[in-house]
Design a protein around this ligand. Sequence first.
Ligand SMILES: [Zn+2]
Length: 143
Amino acid sequence: MAAGGSTVFGKGAYVLVIALREPVVLPLGGIVHQLSAGHYLYAGSAHGPGGIDARVRRHFRREKSLHWHVDRLTTVAASIHAFAIEGGSECEIVTRLSGRSGARHPIPGFGSSDCRTCVSHLLRATGERMTSHICEPADGDHV
Ligand SMILES: [Zn+2]
């Protein structure tokens, strides 16, 4: 999302492209996971007040209490990019991205505690090809 941009997105889903320069150690569900450096895709949804805009702004903030799993990544990320999909569903995004070659779920259950269909809402992008793909869907606004 461009800084200072005037576009305001409503409610729906979004994708964060999170770049990690260093490996991140992440305890989750009694298991200590390690994410290697690279690019990760996280799908989330925002249906509360402020919609996608407010949620994504929070993700971009470094200083915050760690509430969601993804906060562990956004607070240490080298860079974060966001794509808003108004009216979209996070699980639909995960399903779509999972179908792309090279994507995998590094931590089962990550970000998907309330979800019964996805392995997780975090995908590791192994190729540059994948991050370019998510700009393409006609229903996705490139922020
Ligand atoms: Zn899901």
